[in-house]
Design a protein around this ligand. Structure first.
Ligand code: CO
Length: 213
């Protein structure tokens, strides 16, 4: 059976991977078992084509990771808020990277009229972002609109992050904490920077404005 073979292949790969890791660094797992000191909290999409470590040339221990559909920061998502709290207050990460990606199925679904059950509720936030920017988006051709909404969605999540009491408290305490908004291009492999080094309320307000003109 195909699926059984596939799962066996994964476990075989694991055996091979351990061997390779130990050849590169005999202490790697001993060190890992002692604890983690990641510098980055990564918030990305669950999409299988955007693996955080691979696309940034990093490895185990480098990133604390949270992924969900369309890389959203929802104020009522205690899963993400717990991750953020732990990353900022206990691990003292210095960077939070929100990485969206073009061709995001979640963003595409939010733009359309289809119904996906419970997922519709999750994606409503993207619809709000779409409506905030409808002047800009309505003037665009469909695929350009899609790409732009992916970007605007990332900027919106940076705004949400910067409005959480977790990030505000860190900034008030003069803790070094920068927010970065990226978009990964699935078709080329390259990352585009939208926002970088947001480390104060003033910078947040400067870069994440939503007032309608
Ligand atoms: Co996606």
């Amino acid at each position: 059976m195909l699926s059984e073979n596939y799962i066996k292949e994964l476990l075989d790969n694991n055996q091979q991977w351990v061997k390779e890791q130990l050849e590169l660094d005999p202490e790697v797992f001993i060190r890992a078992a002692k604890g983690q000191e990641p510098k980055v909290l990564w918030l990305g999409c669950s999409d299988s084509r955007v693996p955080p470590n691979e696309v940034t040339g990093t490895t185990q221990g480098d990133f604390f990771v949270h992924r969900n559909i369309a890389n959203l920061v929802s104020y009522t998502d205690f899963n993400f808020l717990s991750v953020l709290k732990y990353a900022v207050e206990y691990l003292k990460v210095e960077h939070v990277i929100v990485c969206g990606h073009y061709e995001c199925g979640g963003v595409k679904a939010a733009m359309g009229e289809g119904s996906y059950g419970i997922l519709d509720n999750w994606l409503l936030q993207i619809r709000d972002t779409m409506h905030f920017h409808d002047d800009e988006l309505d003037a665009m051709a469909e695929h350009e609109r899609f790409d732009r909404l992916v970007e605007l969605n990332v900027v919106e999540q940076i705004s949400h992050l910067g409005n959480t009491n977790i990030v505000r408290q860190a900034w008030a305490n003069k803790q070094s904490l920068q927010l970065h908004g990226w978009v990964y291009n699935i078709g080329t492999g390259y990352i585009k920077t939208l926002l970088s080094g947001i480390d104060s309320v003033d910078l947040l307000k400067l870069h994440c404005k939503y007032e309608k003109k």
